[in-house]
Design a binder for this molecule. Structure first.
Ligand SMILES: NC(=O)c1ccc[n+]([C@@H]2O[C@H](COP(=O)([O-])OP(=O)(O)OC[C@H]3O[C@@H](n4cnc5c(N)ncnc54)[C@H](O)[C@@H]3O)[C@@H](O)[C@H]2O)c1
Length: 387
């Protein structure tokens, strides 16, 4: 590395790239040298507003961008000369073709989940395999759904609880920024290949995880939702399950009893909390939907596809450069910089009883057990089912 601070480039300033750029700027051990793209629409103009140096990813696009008043600082090759790491956030398929460019420039590179594991040979989720990525040249941060699966399953798996996991994934129809061009209405599209790719992908990160996933897409665009059923090696109580999830980083509880009854409500909470772009970086697990029996545990959780991989990408930058060798410390640093929390409403959240794993200090003070118990006895069902 040229300096103490890691010099970072982003190639592709779309849904993921723009968020990674903003997160890099928040790190005291990183510097954003520039963002590269091929467009000149409002998205890249925001980068200019934020004073991020803008580069043309393809030299032939530079004249167009300049003609549209984008101040182009140079080409991607110029940008790569200045940096230690490039985070490739270009669309699926295009990203893989850039490998040669990064190799030639001698920079470290991170790809996103649209690319295949084999491109880098290393699929990354910070809390599972940070250390294995130390000083590698290339790594891939796995997709939003796989990241969520790995966070949740690892929280159980490292206690030796998982015999076999199954998860049903309902994906968002499209991303909000492009919902005028794409996305279905009034239907759900099941994927016909079983397992869907997320299960095998999670096994690239947690090799001995027995998991099968089924997926489909629905007419909503705020986030994905997973319904997981995990056969356990021994009976796991509800308290132990809750405790294990509480102790794992980047998993936070939401409660239907607080009115957080659906994807949109959790999204509204992120807006009320003034999160940038209403980003939910944590996996939001419905505490009131957790259930157990003598041989299985059941979980329902929300995965904000636009946001969840951002902290992973920041940690991956640290791992590849080796600037921080302790994954836990990097996670903590990233969490602090972004405001990632274990509790969205800490002043009114009841403490978790600690039964398994290392204690994570609870920020809550006062319990609201009575109201919650009353709510739990009935649960939330939405509108009555037709008879
Ligand atoms: N959108 C999501 O929810 C999401 C979640 C997790 C991971 N990912 C992954 O992140 C990656 C990027 O996805 P995205 O949703 O941010 O895409 P996006 O379409 O929002 O952004 C891609 C950006 O790359 C730019 N681009 C296109 N061709 C380029 C080229 N040749 N060189 C440089 N830039 C180019 C586009 O102009 C655009 O700004 C993909 O691998 C995707 O699978 C996406």
């Amino acid at each position: 590395m040229r300096e103490q601070r890691i010099q970072v480039a982003i190639n592709g300033y779309g849904v993921i790239g723009k968020r990674v750029a903003d997160a890099v700027v928040l790190q005291d051990d990183m510097e954003l040298d520039g963002v590269a793209d091929i467009t000149y629409d409002y998205r890249i103009r925001v980068a200019v507003e934020r004073s991020y140096p803008v580069f043309a990813s393809l030299p032939e696009k530079r004249p167009e961008m300049e003609a549209a008043d984008i101040p182009v600082a140079g080409t991607l090759d110029d940008l790569l000369q200045q940096v230690d790491v490039v985070v490739d956030c270009t669309p699926k398929g295009i990203a893989a073709e850039n490998k040669e460019v990064y190799e030639r420039a001698g920079v470290k590179a991170i790809w996103q989940g649209g690319e295949k594991h084999d491109l880098t040979g290393y699929s990354f989720v910070a809390q599972v395999n940070y250390e294995g990525a130390l000083n590698r040249q290339f790594a891939r941060v796995v997709s939003c759904n796989t990241t969520a699966l790995c966070r949740v399953m690892h929280a159980l798996h490292h206690h030796g609880w998982i015999k076999r996991a199954r998860s049903v994934i309902l994906r968002r129809g499209t991303d909000p920024w492009e919902s005028h061009k794409d996305g279905m209405i009034n239907t759900v599209i099941p994927e016909t290949k079983v397992p869907s790719h997320q299960g095998p992908d999670a096994q690239k990160v947690i090799q001995d995880l027995d998991i099968t996933t089924l997926a489909g897409a629905g007419p909503f665009n705020l986030a994905h939702i997973h319904f997981a059923m995990v056969e356990t090696t021994r009976p796991v109580s509800l308290d132990k399950l809750r405790d294990a999830l509480w102790d794992a980083p980047r998993i936070a509880f939401v409660r239907a009893s607080d009115g957080l009854v659906a994807l949109n409500a959790v999204y509204e909470l992120m807006r009320d909390l003034d999160r940038p772009r209403a980003d939910l970086w944590e996996v939001a697990v419905w505490e009131d939907a957790l259930a157990v029996d003598e041989c299985e545990v059941y979980l329902t959780y929300q995965v904000a596809n636009e946001a969840i991989v951002i902290p992973e990408t920041i940690d991956c930058i640290r791992a590849l450069t080796g600037i921080e060798t302790d994954g836990g410390k990097s996670i903590q640093k990233t969490n602090l910089s972004l405001g990632i929390t274990k509790s969205f409403l800490p002043k009114t959240t009841q403490p978790i009883e600690h039964l398994a794993g290392p204690e994570v200090e609870h920020p809550a003070i006062e319990a609201v057990r009575a109201t919650r118990a009353e709510f739990l006895s009935e649960g939330y069902k939405g509108h009555e089912e037709p008879v």
